[in-house]
Write a protein that binds this ligand. Structure first.
Ligand SMILES: Cc1cc2nc3c(=O)[nH]c(=O)nc-3n(C[C@H](O)[C@H](O)[C@H](O)COP(=O)(O)O)c2cc1C
Length: 317
């Protein structure tokens, strides 16, 4: 049987990605492996296999402890590093030490400290079975491997609710979850979502008239009224110059800087679950969506809306 064909067929089995580490002869050793699997709950046993050609085969044949780390979705570059031969894989990697001084990598989805229980010959690989002596796990999304490429879990509905296929729901929920804390804090300062958004516009763009601000708020569907201006001026948050341009006072700017920092921290936390490539992809898809929506907005109506209007007109007649 051709190895290429076998590899292709096996690639249809989706796996997680692990890094297995050990210490041998005063050296720290580790490699990426997706051959990991669970074996037994009682006793707690897991397995993985190592190519006999691996430069680390002697090490794993001679030690009796290893640690398996299940990688999170944001650890693609760590996986690549530990799959690269002849480099110092631990350089710049933050780790502590566990069983028999074996390196314990941080921030993984799970990790298992194992005592080697059995070794089996498995063709061009050796199968290692380890008894789990200690473990740790988190809620992190796992990194997946499918058909020779990294992958991430998606939610086909059911498990996480039918709304996971509804784009309006996903975008709105992501927006609310990202901004909830900051919006609540702004509300506590007497700032409505419109005020908060308009303040950001003035902070970033400098003094502006109410017409300028409303033009920039355009896409949100919100606008500021004279009453809003009076309310915020009497709270001491904004002031008007001789040319009727609005700017933030010190009392307006200071809480905005705090809110801005909080929003950025929340964004950074949310981004930490993604790799740099995934973030680029997410940005580019959302930008594409915006471009499409803005273009449709300029032209008035989309083909779908035209069909809906036609149906509505039929019903009305
Ligand atoms: C996703 C992925 C899974 C891998 N799984 C295994 C595996 O289960 N067993 C193995 O021997 N090599 C596996 N490799 C290859 C090793 O990580 C790679 O050959 C590494 O360089 C071995 O280190 P060494 O040759 O320096 O010992 C995998 C590589 C990747 C990218």
């Amino acid at each position: 049987m051709k190895a290429k064909l076998l590899r292709e067929a096996l690639g249809n089995f989706v796996t997680g990605v692990t890094i297995v580490t050990t210490s041998y002869d005063g050296r720290d050793i580790g490699l990426t492996a997706n051959s990991f699997n669970s074996v037994s709950l009682d006793p707690p046993l897991v397995l993985w296999s190592l190519a006999k050609k691996s430069s680390n085969i002697d090490a794993f044949m001679n030690v009796d402890a290893f640690v398996v780390h299940i990688l999170g979705a944001d650890q693609e570059s760590l996986s690549n590093k530990f799959a690269t031969r002849s480099i110092d894989k631990f350089e710049g990697v933050d780790f502590e030490r566990g069983i028999d001084g074996v390196p314990l990598l941080r921030d993984c989805a799970a990790r298992f400290e194992c005592r080697t229980a059995y070794r089996y010959d498995g063709g061009d690989h050796i199968i290692f079975v380890g008894e789990v002596l200690d473990l740790e796990h988190s809620e992190k999304e796992p990194l997946l491997f499918h058909r020779g490429k990294y992958a991430r879990k998606t939610y086909p509905g059911g498990e996480s609710g039918p709304n996971r296929r509804d784009l309006n729901y996903l975008i709105a929920r992501a927006y609310f979850m990202l901004t909830n804390e900051v919006r609540l804090e702004a509300a506590g300062l007497g700032l409505s979502p419109v005020d908060h958004y308009a303040f950001s516009v003035i902070m970033q763009g400098g003094p502006a008239t109410i017409e300028d601000v409303n033009a920039m708020l355009g896409a949100s569907g919100w606008h500021w009224t004279e009453n809003d201006i009076q309310r915020l001026a009497s709270s001491g948050y904004i002031e008007l110059d001789e040319e009727s341009r609005l700017s933030l006072t010190k009392a307006g700017r200071e809480p905005m800087i705090g809110l801005f920092a909080k929003a950025k921290a929340r964004e950074a936390d949310a981004q930490s679950a993604f790799s740099a490539d995934q973030l680029d992809q997410l940005r580019s898809l959302l930008s594409q969506l915006l471009d499409t929506l803005e273009t449709n907005g300029e032209n008035g109506s989309t083909p779908h809306l035209e069909v809906m209007h036609a149906l509505q007109a039929d019903q009305d007649n």
